[in-house]
Design a protein around this ligand. Structure first.
Ligand SMILES: [Ca+2]
Ligand SMILES: [Ca+2]
Ligand SMILES: [Ca+2]
Length: 132
């Protein structure tokens, strides 16, 4: 009985917290990565998160990410563009170069930081894909 009630409540809460669009988890990405707590993400914070993501995506720890490991984060075209030595994989440096490009794309006001609004733009979301 109680279990069914709990499950019912959980389902209701889930339905309630899922707006029509497939919104990502309602975790504030700024709070997740804002290590200096200034309410915005600077490039250092973004790169730190992206480096952690890189390590997570590279379980065999060979120091590179291939197309399979990058699936859903970089398209084949984006991978090719980010891979100047054309070996089909990205090193951490190559990965962070893409991160920096996306950071700049998401920061049109060029103030050196991304706020929640900038992170919610398509460019900001593309950047977040490389961070979490
Ligand atoms: Ca910050
Ligand atoms: Ca490469
Ligand atoms: Ca900004």
């Amino acid at each position: 009985m109680i279990l069914r009630l709990v499950i019912g409540l959980l389902l209701a809460a889930f339905a309630f917290s899922s707006p029509a669009s497939a919104a990502p988890k309602r975790v504030d990405p700024v709070k997740m990565f804002d290590t200096d707590n200034d309410g915005t993400l600077d490039l250092a914070e973004v790169k730190k998160a992206a480096s952690a993501m890189f390590a997570k995506l590279d379980p065999d720890r060979d120091g590179t990410l291939d197309a399979r490991e990058l699936r859903g984060r970089l398209s084949a075209k984006e991978l090719a563009a980010a891979d100047p030595d054309r070996d089909g994989t990205l090193t951490l440096d190559e990965y962070l170069a893409v991160v920096e490009q996306r950071f700049n794309a998401a920061n049109p006001d060029k103030d050196g930081t991304l706020d929640a609004k900038e992170l919610a733009t398509p460019a900001g979301r593309a950047l977040l894909k490389l961070m979490k």
